[in-house]
Design a protein around this ligand. Sequence first.
Ligand code: KG4
Ligand code: ZN
Length: 344
Amino acid sequence: MIVLGIESSCDETGVALVETSQARVPALLAHALHSQIEMHQAYGGVVPELASRDHIRRVLPLARQVLAEAGHALADVDVVAYTRGPGLAGALLVGAGVACALGAALGKPVLGVHHLEGHLLSPFLSADPPEFPFIALLVSGGHTQLMQVDRVGSYQLLGETIDDAAGEAFDKSAKLLGLGYPGGPALSRMAQQGDPAAFKLPRPLLHSGDLDFSFAGLKTAVLTQTHKLGAELEARKADLAASTEAAIVDVLVKKSLMALERSGLQRIVVAGGVGANRRLREQLDAACAKRGVRVHYPELALCTDNGAMIALAAAMRLQAGVQEATPTYAFDVKPRWPLQEIVA
Ligand code: KG4
Ligand code: ZN
């Protein structure tokens, strides 16, 4: 079975083809991505209307590209999958509309996928795929959650952020440091030249005893520091970036270890854009190695939004029998959509 996946929830248009087989994990045949980062950069953040219009321009050329790369014709596609939510409504509607139009034209079923399930399952496309059950640390621009994943469709929320997401903390702090958008990678690059112990920044909820996160206070602390530094900020930017990154990573690592301990599981999957962060990977790897815990990441190119994870999630849901693809082409999108709603 060949699944075409379309991702258009935010500022990346992604299209991919995966094929299910006798093997346990579906294989990625081809994937293509267009990032809108350059277009939004002039505005310091994502402009939803521009995002939607650009998805319209990109999605079909990208679909043609992956089909050509995989050596398949459109008629070979068995199922068309798209991101149904969460995300920007207008952006989601582009992918959903194109997917359903393709499905209707081809007479093939369609399937709406939860964006976070895509992130969560994306490490299955890596050279070293995980096995169920595992703890998942989902750290994206909009979400920070710890989950227990027992199988496809079984996602138990253990803890989440009560305010900003980890990615948001990176992005907002980067903005305060004048590092532009998207802030995470920029702040992380700058942090490499700084001292992570230079500034004492808060680690909110570090000792709360539960698995929840809070990052809004950290952003305020960074703002206060920038004011205190005044003209000195320029010279101390790398130190402040490194200290901010260290504060975010410390909390993510500590809570991940707590989740592992409490569940008794020996395996953790890290997914979502912040999973690309080098310090997070180093610290988590070191802490887990000490405890004999296996850590799995998606391939670096599949950490941030992409079509491969959407095609994969659809294929895995179909394979596991937790959802059916339907030949009905009336669609809706869900800009706000808790992952718990799709638990099977
Ligand atoms: O998963 P994603 O691509 O989109 C969402 O679904 O939100 O995540 C984007 C987030 C942004 O906040 C971005 O700043 C952050 O991931 N990010 C990083 C890094 N690469 C991306 N944060 C820290 N370090 C990075 N290397
Ligand atoms: Zn995402």
